[in-house]
Design a protein around this ligand. Structure first.
Ligand code: ATP
Ligand code: MG
Length: 649
């Protein structure tokens, strides 16, 4: 069961300047897994230590004694790596290039300016009573203050918990109470796609819901909109920030002291407070950022994620700044004011590396190539993607239309839990297969297992596990260590279970096939949702597709496909027949959808991932058991989908 796979060699001009070659990758990878102690003792030095570590790895994945420690006797403050040490040679280099929601609204912060701003911010937090180990909830739009707030927490040893600005008051309150956060940093209003987001009002409601948990709220003025300020509790940053010094000594932290908590996006259930610590995380963030993106001193690096997601933590803030790189931060959305926006931003700031999500690529692909073609994009050298499996169709569009065949694509597979990239076609080291996560990053040991936990060899499909620790691994679920053990280490004892399905092809490339919970079993054939969806998306009439299983008398599970068409297509039975034919041709009769529903929109998490859990419930007719829908971007699509569901009898 496989369709033709195109293989793209690394574009020659890129290969000629790449930091890695196929040989150096092999050598470094071999050393990283054969001698992890030696390898990480060396690479652990890439960040700034106050007191250097002498121990490297102290890890047990035994269920009864689970602990993960890296560089455990070292002392550091991550902001010294990200700021202080850059001042000498990069003080005047742009650290953050900010592009606002409106195109005319842009400005740059040099490393020196950012350093001072972070020190002032740190002093403000101290004055508010924030101390080492306190949790601080950050609920901000994509403005430089978001990065400053994170770094200021890190500088004084507080633990930040960033909550995406698109979350509701209820979701925010849940995250405040879960980690008992007494401090909230927010803004008057956010601005996205020309629309205002009432952040302060939401935060006020969240405080109410959190029943007096929140003692102090720091408010950034973004729009100047009229908001309620509660005497004694709420403070404007521009007021309290004017009175403090721009020097603040960094708090010495143990390598294993917490750096941040981040709640996962919730595609699969109640959000978990993923905890990362200072030393290992920063080593991983900076190392992956350098190698995955073939980083050079003069690069302008743009990760289009929101800082509310781990992608924003690792590849807008910590990775780039630890590497002294220039990081672009974008407040807006890909389609405002129109579908050229991403590429215009690339042209305006001469972006050399661009990193986004499949959901954005598919949305732009829907609009055709005109909005892309009218921009230059000549500055771009490398393209990246993260968040979901990328359909080969979308990959090819990204490669040919956006990158004009010049730029390799790094499809980075990783998770909030992993801290940074784990599986990736490192640029310059491998042929590219559209849709394949490809090969492990240094120090990562992936394996595929069957349901009984047997390790599968060679060409195979199974559940993806990681068999040894890496420095960027999460350390626990905040406040619930048992949940950490149960979620990740009980399915395959002694190994980290990713929750994702994966295939390894005859050339040894890894292909993520989707979440294990989403695997469909048709007449005894296990199928990843990604494969069937990609076949559908490769049809010219289809913009996006989501596939789930539903109970089927004969086959065990049938295939139910939700399909969003490109603009202007007739959504009739003729098209359904054609789609079924197309999937049979692309994959085989076993994968042909039993039911197809045309859907104007799909339920997505706020980070843009398709929430198949809900689609599965609708396909099963169990509307009462939709589960937690609080992290949905647009809850209304659910009602539309229920209304248009296909009769399955
Ligand atoms: P939750 O764990 O709360 O359900 P989530 O898994 O969506 O939410 P993230 O940690 O942001 O939260 O996402 C990680 C998951 O996203 C991976 O486990 C995988 O399923 C998917 N993913 C990320 N990058 C890729 C990629 N390049 N290719 C395929 N899948 C990817
Ligand atoms: Mg997950």
């Amino acid at each position: 069961m496989s369709h033709e796979v195109t293989k793209h060699p690394v574009p020659e001009a890129f290969a000629a300047q790449a930091n890695l070659t196929p040989e150096t990758y092999k050598e470094m990878y071999a050393r990283s897994v054969n001698d992890p102690e030696g390898f990480w003792a060396e690479h652990g030095k890439r960040i700034q230590w106050m007191k250097p570590f002498t121990q490297v790895k102290d890890v047990s994945w035994d269920k009864d004694n689970l602990h993960v420690k890296w560089f455990a006797d070292g002392t550091l403050n991550v902001t010294e790596s990200c700021l202080d040490r850059q001042l000498e040679t990069r003080g005047d280099k742009p650290a953050i290039i900010w592009e606002g929601d409106e195109a005319e609204d842009a400005h740059t912060l040099t490393y020196r300016q950012l350093y001072k701003a972070v020190c002032r911010f740190s002093n403000v937090l101290k004055d508010l009573g924030v101390g080492k180990g306190d949790r601080v909830t950050i609920y901000l739009p994509m403005i430089p203050e978001a990065a400053m707030a994170m770094l200021a927490c890190a500088r004084i040893g507080a633990i930040h918990s960033v909550v995406f600005g698109g979350f509701s008051p209820e979701a925010l309150a849940g995250r405040i109470t879960d980690c008992e956060s007494k401090f909230v940093i927010t803004a008057d209003e956010g601005l996205r796609g020309g629309r205002k987001v009432p952040l302060k009002t939401n935060a006020d409601k969240a405080c109410q819901l959190a029943n007096g948990m929140v003692e102090k709220m720091l408010v950034v003025q973004r729009t100047g909109g009229d908001v309620h300020m509660e005497e004694g509790r709420d403070f404007w940053l521009h007021e309290v920030g004017a009175e403090v010094s721009d020097e603040c000594a960094p708090e010495p932290m143990n390598a294993e002291d917490p750096l941040f908590i981040l709640y996962t996006s919730g595609s699969t259930g109640k959000p978990k407070g993923v905890l990362h610590t200072c030393g290992g995380y920063l080593v991983w963030a900076s190392m992956t950022h350098e190698y995955v993106f073939d980083l050079k001193e003069n690069d302008v690096f743009w990760c289009s994620a929101d800082v509310g997601w781990v992608t924003g933590h690792t590849y807008i803030v910590y990775g780039p700044l630890a590497n002294g790189a220039t990081s672009v931060m974008f407040e807006g959305v890909p389609t405002y004011p129109d579908a050229s926006r991403f590429w215009e931003v690339c042209d305006r700031h001469q972006v050399t590396i661009f990193y986004t999500a499949p959901t954005a690529i598919r949305a732009l692909m829907r609009e055709g190539s005109d909005p892309v073609d009218k921009t230059s994009r000549k500055s771009i050298r490398l393209l990246g993607t993260v968040g979901e499996p990328i359909n080969p169709e979308a990959w090819e569009w990204y490669f040919h239309i956006v990158g004009e065949g010049r730029c390799p694509i790094v499809d980075t597979w990783w998770q909030t839990e992993t801290g940074g990239t784990m599986i990736v076609p490192l640029p310059g080291t491998t042929d590219m297969k559209p849709g394949a996560g490809s090969h492990p990053f240094f120090g990562v040991k992936p394996e595929l297992v069957d349901a009984e936990g047997n390790i599968l060899q060679g060409e195979a499909e199974g559940n993806l596990i990681i068999t040894d620790s890496w420095p960027g691994q999460m350390r626990t679920v905040y406040g619930d260590h048992q949940r950490f053990v149960d979620t990740y280490f009980s399915a395959y004892p002694g190994n980290y279970f990713t929750g994702d399905g994966c295939r390894r092809d005859a050339d040894g490339f890894y292909w993520i096939t989707g979440r294990v919970d989403d695997v469909i079993n048709v007449s005894g054939h296990r199928m990843g949702t990604a494969e069937v969806e990609s076949a559908l998306v490769s049809h010219h009439a289809v913009a996006e597709a989501a596939v789930v299983g539903y109970p089927h008398d004969i086959k065990g599970q049938g295939i139910y496909a939700y399909v969003t068409t490109v603009a202007g297509v007739e959504m009739d039975d003729e098209l359904k027949k054609d789609l079924i034919k197309h999937v049979r041709y692309e994959i085989g009769p076993i994968a042909s959808p039993d039911l197809i529903q045309f859907a104007p929109g799909l339920p997505k998490t706020r980070s843009g991932k398709i929430m198949r859990r809900i689609l599965r419930k609708i396909a099963e007719d169990s509307f009462d058991a939709l589960g937690d829908t609080s992290t949905l971007a647009d809850p209304e699509v659910v009602d539309q989908l229920i209304e248009g569901r296909q009769n399955r009898s």
